[in-house]
Write a protein that binds this ligand. Structure first.
Ligand code: AMP
Length: 275
């Protein structure tokens, strides 16, 4: 695997390449969720490029940024073992040689959930994804359904800016107890990792209840369950999967997604399931 740190070197490397390129952008501290994206890219492209860059612009909370796990040596070994061809590993100065001015506004797609609770987050995500797309110029880019709202925002970004890139959506990979794999899980103790399984359990519970009870009742029942745990529920939203608009009544005909954000200690976790 080639490890490339500068934008110019990566552009030079890719200049004469005619292969199809699959791209997997990440913030590192890699786990099997990330590796499933690499596998998918390898199965669909001649060349797979992964990037590792912890993008300060998308963090609205400096503690979250400062404590974001960094595991570069292990990440490099994992990528090599999984057959990644190129790792793009830039510094912050390489990507942001000057403080960026541009801001993105995704309208109704970011007035709820992550957009509402993390102001500026999706503007930062759209900025780094646009920059990386312009640098790598892949045929396909791979994103996890774990970050459901991010995926909707990126699909919109690609449409609105006419990027000639297929966005491939990949299923959420989970621990045996159902906890969605996340780099932030590294900040949880073993017992907290056990407790955090409640997040997935409550998504499943909500899914079962949707055909039985009104949404308002389900939400208050679920709030009570979290109140009796160590997990602090930030939101439980049941939304139309396409518009991301919160629904008050379930309609079996419409694709629906149940989304949760919650804090365990000082670690913020998100998860969702599709109904
Ligand atoms: P991150 O490093 O957290 O920015 O994630 C990089 C990519 O991996 C994003 O497209 C995520 O949605 C995806 N990802 C993160 N966790 C998982 C998971 N458990 N299963 C599948 N994809 C994931």
């Amino acid at each position: 695997m080639k490890i490339i740190n500068s934008i110019t070197d990566l552009r030079t490397e890719l200049f004469n390449i005619n292969s199809t390129i699959g791209f997997v952008p990440t913030m590192g501290a890699l786990h099997n969720g990330h590796l499933s994206l690499i596998d998918k890219s390898k199965s669909e492209n001649e060349l797979t490029i992964c990037s590792i860059f912890v993008n300060k612009e998308q963090f609205n909370n400096s503690e979250d940024f400062n404590k974001y796990p960094i595991n570069t040596d292990v990440d490099i070994k994992l990528l090599e073992k999984n057959g990644c061809d190129i790792l793009f590993l830039p510094t912050s100065d390489e990507i942001y040689s000057e403080k960026p001015i541009i801001k993105f506004d995704f309208g109704h797609l970011e007035t709820t959930m992550e957009g509402a609770f993390r102001p500026g987050h999706f503007s930062g995500v759209a900025l780094i994804v646009s920059k990386l797309f312009n640098i790598v110029n892949p045929n396909k880019a791979y994103f996890g359904q774990k970050d459901f709202q991010q995926l909707a925002i990126i699909k919109q970004l690609v449409k609105d800016l006419s990027f000639n890139i297929d966005i491939v959506s990949c299923p959420t990979i989970r621990e045996q107890n159902g906890l969605a794999m996340s780099s932030r899980n590294l900040r949880l103790s073993k017992s907290e990792q056990g407790e955090a399984a409640l997040i997935y359990k409550s998504l499943e519970m909500t899914k079962d209840l949707l055909i039985k009870k009104p949404i308002s009742e389900i939400k208050s029942e679920l709030k009570n369950i979290f109140n009796n745990s160590n997990i602090d529920l930030e939101y439980l939203e049941i939304v139309d999967s396409n518009t991301l608009i919160s629904i008050n009544e379930y309609n079996i005909e419409n694709e629906t997604t149940i989304c949760i954000a919650a804090h365990l200690g000082n670690v913020r976790l998100i998860d969702n399931i599709n109904v």
